[in-house]
Design a protein around this ligand. Sequence first.
Ligand code: GAP
Length: 577
Amino acid sequence: MNQCSDVFENVMELAKRRGFIWPTSECYGAVAGFIDYGPLGAMMKRRVENIWRDFYVVQEGYYEIECPTIAQEAVFIASGHVKGFSDKMCQCPHCREYLRADHVAEAGNIRNASILNNEDLSAAITSCTCLACGEILGSVEVFNFNLMFPTTIGPGSQRVGYLRPETAQGMFVDFSRLLRFYRDKLPFGAVQIGKSYRNEISPRQGMIRLREFTQAEAEIFVHPAEKNHHPSFQRYGEYRMPLLTWIRQQKCEDAVEMSMREAVDKGIIANEYVAYYVALTHELLVTIGIRPERLRFRQHLPDERAHYATDCWDAEVFSPRFGWVETVGIADRTDYDLNAHAAQSGTPMTVFIQYDVPKKTERRRIIPNMSVLGKQYRTKAKAIFAALEAATPTSAGASINIGEEKIHIPANLFEVRDEVVEIRGEDIIPHVIEPSYGIDRMCYAVLEQAYDEDIADGEKRIVMRLSPNVAPVQVAVFPLMSRDGLDVLAEKITQTFHKNGILAEYDDSGAIGRRYRRQDEIGTPFAVTIDYDTKDMDSVTLRDRDTMTQVRIPVADLIETVSALIKGRITFASLHS
Ligand code: GAP
């Protein structure tokens, strides 16, 4: 039951008051686009990140690496960010605020604003209102603003660097070392969780659009011919979810539910690898507490796709305040990045693929008569030998070019030998499949969807229905009274939880109802109460946050039961039977 008119306001008020999220350096006046995670928020974020690690590092077997958040300019010249990583900006002539021109257009109901060029966008927004002051904009220039934060490396240095706008590039430039780590075999993957930076124009959407944010990205390197053969595709072949294809978007139709097998077979999703990570992302988001009915996967329109992608799907989560919010992007980046870094750095970024059975191929070799040609052509001889190797001779000889000079070499000065050679394999440039998660947007969605209000003991109760696996405090421990040894027993139980890696919070202050309310508000899923029966019967009551029901269980079973509840191995309802 959620009776709030604007859940965003309520969530943010609670988040600030209870220590999930608050504005950064507030005492100096907060700066838009930066937030602090407070004690509970930082713990919740860490739990979300660790669930991500369970999926990608433990289950998929892709090791995590950690690269610097600053990189030299060459990296971002190669990646295309120096030239092309910009948003379209305009300035309000009335209040002087800088605005994202496509956002102004979207707010003015102009369709496909993100794909208009600067001139068309400028013409389209003349009758739109400023998002800051509400005045009609009139004629304004639209120009590109690069979102990267530049810096210099070293004191007094002219060496340009940038704060990374995505974690991905670190994994591309490490390709050769990663390949060796994975013993020169495809497919393999590397993952990274860390901060990325974008100097967003006028961010005003709380945790959704930040200038410093956390990404969790996986770069999976695959043989281009194997993209339609994911080794574990059967795991998700029958997995169903709502897909909003680009064709349906063009026809203004809604998402349609489909299995991954069907989506690949019908050519809707480009290949099995992309479909596999679309499904895995769905499962991961549901695991952290996103409701399936608020989740859809939207395919990028052909002209919306990033310059490097052939197919791209966004996991979008519905927010009553912000509409459908892109939270994860899953792209087939092809060989774009490896090609670009190989060209910029001069380091080959290829994998040698050995054939199962070596291939036999015919080859014609031209063997020059070195002693005669050497004497005759002296300084030009080396160039002539090389040119002969590539020549197509006739029975009369071979015509070759050495610089501007055309030279005819008679047939008796070389031998043509046709041979069959064995080729063991070939060098290929892998393609990259990239699922890219925005951890802060995931955390916002988790908080927003958890917020609820109901009635308890005749009073309004605010309850964060966080999934037990992301709740910062996992169990509360209350002595019914802070005397008669109940407090000592409760402290002992709290310590046993801690020794078992469960974050338990001891609280003996105030009436028990108040203590429940405090924990409900921060989403603590379970509470243990130590009462007088505990002393006699060695048992405690265990309370479920969502149903507010209680069961009595032996102290000896407490750790195992709570641990199983947190991990979702059992349900609270099953304890009643
Ligand atoms: N390496 C690919 C990449 O960075 P992206 O779609 O630009 O792709 C991936 O970003 C995810 O990062 C997004 O889906 C979003 O969740 C998150 N993200 C991007 N910009 C953000 C911002 N300014 N604030 C918060 N999260 C952001």
